[in-house]
Write a protein that binds this ligand. Structure first.
Ligand code: PMP
Length: 427
């Protein structure tokens, strides 16, 4: 049996770990079947416990933009680990990665490192509330900003996949300060702002949403939000956990030419280790402890091994700035290939893409927000997922996720993937 050892490991894990996993989407609950337990990875490939090989389109949900076990990152980690794993003191390494990150991203002066994207977004919102002295935030249905209480209101990603976008355990008191809006609907956001004068601290969004599949911002949406925020003293928070250091050197701010007030990072910035960060210009960042009154801290924040991995990753991107262009071209090749072979099948489909983020929804309704993302046929997606998995192509086990293309992916890998999808269309 192809997944024999994975199956046994999943059963055993279920005895000691809730649902057998440490993050819900990994459980394959939406698509059915047994999650595949991975043993190793190199470049664009994953190898599971049953020795099956996969072309990887998840890349650990985004961090591994250069592929698995990238040599520069691997070397930096191994070198660093020999000098101690954590000190609980400042290190020179932290300043080195901070100054590099600040030089790459527009419109930020200072950056604070944390341990996950959740922490980054949670802290960004606290800082925005402290700075503006207002309580409410606007978030978009289908956007995911981690599992902190204020964000688990119509959240995307696993929360959506598992039917708990509003999680039990989040108090009404917390929920009332999160105002929900429709992605890409500037008029509705404007109405919400007008209905809540002087009480909105921040609008937080994924500048390209990746947690309801890939949903790019429509023309004028980000610019309109910027103007709305400026007119009402609201801070605009870009959650660039997925898009940062991926869509461009300076992330979505650079790609779309729109300035955010606070930017949250995760994934790529940690080179595959647990790292998040948030950043802003001095005026806002100096509001953070110990310079200012808004508290935020972390025992392992700025951990030397994590910083070494992140620094090696950012340095690699700086050393070869054509990487973003290349990723875009690879993903464009994938997109046009999938488009042409799925057109030969009978299922309606929509492909959304922005740079190296791409997703396939089985519906011909244009996918611009959570409502339109939810129209797609999940049964077809689930069949699609397993068809690909069984033939060595690993995509996210949910229609509500984007795929992430890595630079290690070759044209031959892309062509093989298109061949498998062609077989799916003809099945
Ligand atoms: N923001 C976005 C846009 C994300 O996609 C994610 C995770 N996928 C997070 C925040 C939370 O990051 P983490 O899982 O590292 O806490």
């Amino acid at each position: 049996m192809r997944y024999q050892r994975s199956s046994a490991l999943f059963t055993e894990a279920g005895q000691y770990i809730p649902g057998g996993v440490n993050s819900p989407v990994r459980a394959f609950k939406a698509v059915g079947g047994t999650p595949v337990f991975m043993k190793s990875a190199k470049g664009a490939y994953l190898f599971d416990e049953d020795n099956n090989q996969y072309i990887d389109y998840i890349n650990s949900w985004g961090p591994l933009i250069l592929g698995h076990a990238n040599e520069a990152v691997e070397k930096a980690i191994i070198h660093r680990v020999k000098s101690g794993t954590t000190f609980g003191t400042p290190t020179a390494l932290e300043t080195e990665i901070a100054s590099l990150a600040v030089s790459m991203v527009p419109n930020i002066d200072k950056i604070r490192f944390v341990n996950s994207g959740t922490e980054a977004c949670m802290s960004a919102v606290r800082l925005a509330r402290g700075f503006t002295k207002r309580d409410k935030i606007i978030k978009y249905a289908g956007c995911y900003h981690g599992h902190s209480d204020s964000f688990l209101i119509k959240a995307g990603s696993g929360a959506l996949t598992f039917g708990s976008p509003n999680s039990p355990g989040v108090t009404e008191g917390t929920a009332k300060d999160t105002l929900l809006a429709k992605y890409n609907d500037l008029d509705e956001t404007t109405q919400i702002v007008n209905a809540n004068p002087d009480s909105i601290a921040a609008i937080i969004l994924e500048p390209v949403a990746g947690n309801m599949g890939c949903v790019p911002p429509e023309q004028g949406f980000l610019k309109g939000l910027r103007e709305l925020c400026d007119a009402h003293g609201i801070l605009l928070i870009f959650d660039e956990v997925m898009t940062g250091f991926r869509l461009a050197r300076g992330g979505a701010q650079e790609l779309f030419g729109i300035k955010a007030d606070i930017v949250a990072f995760g994934k790529v910035i940690g080179g595959g280790l647990p790292v998040g960060a948030f950043a802003a210009r001095n005026e806002i960042m100096d509001y953070l402890a110990p310079s200012g009154p808004v508290y935020q801290a972390g025992t392992l924040s700025g951990n030397p091994i994590a910083m070494a991995a992140g620094l090696a990753m950012l340095k690699s991107l700086e050393a070869d700035r054509s990487v973003f262009e290349r990723l875009d071209q690879k993903t464009a090749r994938l997109e046009s290939g999938i488009r042409s072979v799925l057109s030969c099948g009978s299922e309606p489909f929509t492909i959304n893409r922005c740079g190296s983020m791409i997703s396939v929804h089985f519906s011909d309704t244009p996918v611009v927000d959570l409502d339109t993302a939810s129209v797609a046929a999940t049964n077809t997606f689930n069949e699609f997922f397993h068809f690909l998995l069984d033939r060595g192509v690993y995509i996210a086990p949910s229609a509500y996720e984007t795929w992430f293309i890595c630079d290690a992916l070759s044209d031959a890998d892309i062509d093989r993937t298109i061949e498998v999808i062609s077989a799916f269309a003809k099945r």
